[in-house]
Design a binder for this molecule. Sequence first.
Ligand code: ZN
Length: 227
Amino acid sequence: MFKSLINLFFPPVCAGCKSFIGTNENVICTVCRHELPLTNHHLNPENEAFKKFYGRIPVEYASALLYFHKKGMVQELIHNLKYKGHEEIGTVLGEWYSDDLKNVDILNTVDAIIPVPLHKKRLKERGYNQVTNFGLAFSDNFKIPLNNTILIRKVYSKTQSKKNLLGRTEGIESVFDVVYSEEDKDKHFLLIDDVLTTGATLEACSRALLKIPGAKISIVCMAMASW
Ligand SMILES: [Zn+2]
């Protein structure tokens, strides 16, 4: 009732194209859903996201839902999710992708979902970690816990995105750390992130998690850069 009253005065708009969306649509309109550039990685375990980590770190599985094009609709979605407070975009993408990935056998052995962490100062600035809701949707669908305490970002970096863009990855090894106990050993962790570009951040996160004896890593992202 309250929601419909709100909608009467502030009709919801699509997070992709800003057109008004109907009551049977959720966050992203039907037109945008059909136009989103899907990778279909879930149909191929040897996909390009998985290949990004070849020779870098041992990964059980890796995939991304969408292609990220500069100035494209996915960039708009991620921007709204990250900087405009539209956390619900993460939920929608997570519900969508966790349904697709339920058919991937190797992911049925995942024990915990680990969002790539923000530095506590960044978390305070933004108010939320933009991948948490994406992870919570997986947690709900797969019936496994989300763990946002085991992996820590130690370094606050103002120019993280610029650094990644330039492919300068030196020093990133020491950005993350793990805090674990006996019961975290021999676990399969599903690392989740928004956009996979060089993979340097996810590689550094994986290296930190691999300090836990018996750890296995899989990686799932909302999108993957197409350049
Ligand atoms: Zn739309």
